[in-house]
Ligand binder design. Structure first.
Ligand SMILES: O=P(O)(O)OC[C@H]1O[C@H](OP(=O)(O)OP(=O)(O)O)[C@H](O)[C@@H]1O
Ligand SMILES: Nc1nc2[nH]cnc2c(=O)[nH]1
Length: 193
């Protein structure tokens, strides 16, 4: 029988043993600040916000209620980590339904790590005829492995080079609902290998 990976007890242990890097108040402060910058840039140009599922949905939901101007929202599903903690090639699952032609597109994702996912999404938005494409991420991971030096246009919180979860970010599909950004100890990640 194929392995089903970590279960709910493992997720509960990971939550107990992980370090809370940003609590809910810190994340709310970052969301307020991001919303201000995004409003300045997009308040008058009727943007299309494209949420990268699955991880982007909590960030998008909490950001959207802070944006008080006309905008449309669609989503796409691309995954590189599947259900695990190690990256593979980007796999496309669902494309946006609203036309991107001549639209100002803001791609919303939970994290910029090595950047392969956002790079692939940006390329496909440009190919689809977007007038402009920018990116907003809740979390940016600090290291020197960024694909082609990619940077986010709007970024909320920096994290060190550790596997993180919470606010949409998963640990084996669990813990997306954790109300903070948490880093998994390397000793627990080693058990994933
Ligand atoms: O910068 P990268 O190294 O490409 O990693 C970032 C991507 O990884 C995560 O997605 P994942 O593939 O885990 O799918 P998920 O959103 O369903 O969790 C996250 O949501 C980003 O989209
Ligand atoms: N949950 C989660 N997904 C990621 N995708 C790329 N990096 C990460 C990370 O640190 N945590």
């Amino acid at each position: 029988m194929p392995s089903t990976g970590p279960g709910p007890e493992d997720a509960a242990r990971v939550l107990r043993e992980s370090d809370c890097i940003y609590d809910a108040a810190a994340v709310a402060g970052a969301l307020d600040s991001l919303a201000g910058s995004i409003t300045q840039a997009y308040g008058d140009i009727n943007p299309l916000l494209l949420v990268v599922m699955t991880g982007g949905f909590v960030f998008a939901g909490q950001l959207l209620t802070r944006l008080n101007f006309p905008l449309q929202v669609d989503y796409l599903h691309a995954t590189r980590y599947r259900s695990g903690t190690r990256g593979h090639e980007v796999e496309w699952r669902v494309a946006p339904k609203i036309s991107l032609q001549d639209r100002h597109v803001l791609v919303i994702d939970d994290i910029l790590d090595e950047g392969h996912t956002l790079h692939a999404v940006l390329g496909s938005c440009r190919d689809a005829g977007a007038a402009s494409v920018k990116t907003a991420v809740l979390v940016e991971k600090l290291h020197d492995r960024k694909y082609q030096g990619i940077k986010a246009d709007f970024s909320g919180l920096d994290v060190e080079d550790r596997y993180v979860f919470g606010y949409g970010l998963d640990y084996h599909e669990y813990l997306r609902n954790a109300p903070g950004i948490y880093a998994v100890p390397d000793s627990l990640l080693a058990e994933d290998a």
